[in-house]
Design a binder for this molecule. Structure first.
Ligand SMILES: Cc1cc2nc3c(=O)[nH]c(=O)nc-3n(C[C@H](O)[C@H](O)[C@H](O)COP(=O)(O)O)c2cc1C
Length: 321
């Protein structure tokens, strides 16, 4: 059992915020496979305070998906605090602040990972948000802006730990590194050593249950956020829950999950869009197929809901070619 503020979780691994992916459909599948907490993709605070923008399906929490986290991005403490109130009112149970995003358009606007250059500003944002809501507030950050110095990282963490942050998630790469190189999980041991009483989660290069278990054990962190490793592979959650006795899904089981995920997507989006939007998920799911390239080709060629369903039936059903 793990507690993040007033939220109790049975197991310490969750589905990470994933812009463009972690909508209601993906979150539902992740929960069904055992993720005890899921996150919507990052939301721009400035847009959240604008009711029309906030209506996007990706950002709406369903009644059946508690606990669910929202993640906010912004550089203005007052707007971030207002946005936090809006998302809590909308039904989110936890608010995470993004001080990690390396996207150039975000960094240029002094948001996300840029705030690793401005620890005082980041701490001010955290305090404003914490005061404005009565749910847990957590922070996701990288280890530095450009790997030249880690001073700002320690300053930022010490500042929010002093203000009783509910948890810190660290993706151990620099902002400038984006996704290059390997995540430096050794750094996570140091973070946990420095802040033994704070809940620390790790994120980065988590593609298998073994890696996740080993990294948690080796570093002493409290848990992990699963990001790319959960796209097209919700079985990662059941494998983590079941441990050694996990049996990989059969093709029929994979096909059923793909069709279920797709049908949830079809409820969220107009059908032509749903087929286009689902291609990236289908492509990821197909990685588990023994004839991956052919399965990908067939599913990506589908232009309508019926064609997509037929392709899955053909490659995952009983009448495989
Ligand atoms: C497509 C995609 C979207 C992402 N969206 C977000 C996001 O909205 N908020 C966030 O904090 N991190 C986001 N991330 C970063 C992940 O949450 C995670 O920290 C990162 O991918 C490292 O974990 P991994 O190597 O196991 O994927 C995103 C990553 C990817 C690949």
């Amino acid at each position: 059992m793990l507690k993040i503020g007033n939220i109790t979780l049975e197991v310490p691994f969750f589905q990470a915020p994933l812009s463009g992916y972690s909508d209601y459909a993906m979150r539902t599948i992740a929960r069904e496979f055992g993720a005890p907490l899921v996150f919507a993709g990052v939301m721009l605070a400035k847009s959240v305070v604008h009711p029309k923008v906030f209506n996007k399906p990706a950002f709406q929490p369903g009644d059946d998906e508690h606990p669910i986290g929202a993640q906010l991005l912004g550089e203005n403490a007052e707007i971030m605090a207002k946005a936090a109130k809006v998302v809590q009112k909308a039904g989110f149970d936890l608010i995470d602040l993004n001080f990690a995003c390396p996207a150039p358009k975000v960094v240029r606007r002094k948001r996300g990972g840029f705030l690793l250059n401005q620890p005082d500003k980041a701490i001010e944002i955290y305090k404003a948000v914490k005061e404005s809501v009565d749910c847990p507030v957590t922070i996701k950050l990288r280890t530095s802006f450009d790997s030249k110095s880690y001073d700002n990282f320690w300053k930022l963490c010490s500042g929010v730990v002093a203000e009783k942050v509910d948890a810190l998630t660290v993706h151990p790469r620099s902002v400038c590194q984006r996704f290059a190189g390997l995540a430096d999980w050794q750094f996570l041991s140091e973070v946990k050593k420095q802040f033994p009483s704070t809940i620390i989660f790790g994120s980065g290069d988590l593609f298998s249950a073994d890696t996740i278990n080993n990294n948690i054990k080796k570093t002493g962190v409290d848990g992990a956020l699963i990001a790319r490793g959960a796209i097209g592979n919700p079985w990662i959650f059941s494998q983590l829950r079941k441990g050694d006795v996990f049996l990989p899904p059969t093709l029929e089981q994979q096909g059923r999950v793909i069709l279920k995920h797709f049908s949830l997507v079809c409820k969220l989006y107009e059908h032509e869009k749903a087929v286009r939007y689902f291609r990236k998920f289908a492509s990821a799911y197909c990685k588990l197929h023994p004839m991956r390239k052919n399965a990908q080709k067939a599913t990506l060629a589908a232009k309508t809901v019926e064609e997509f369903q037929a392709a899955i039936q053909q490659w995952y059903g009983n009448e495989k070619p």
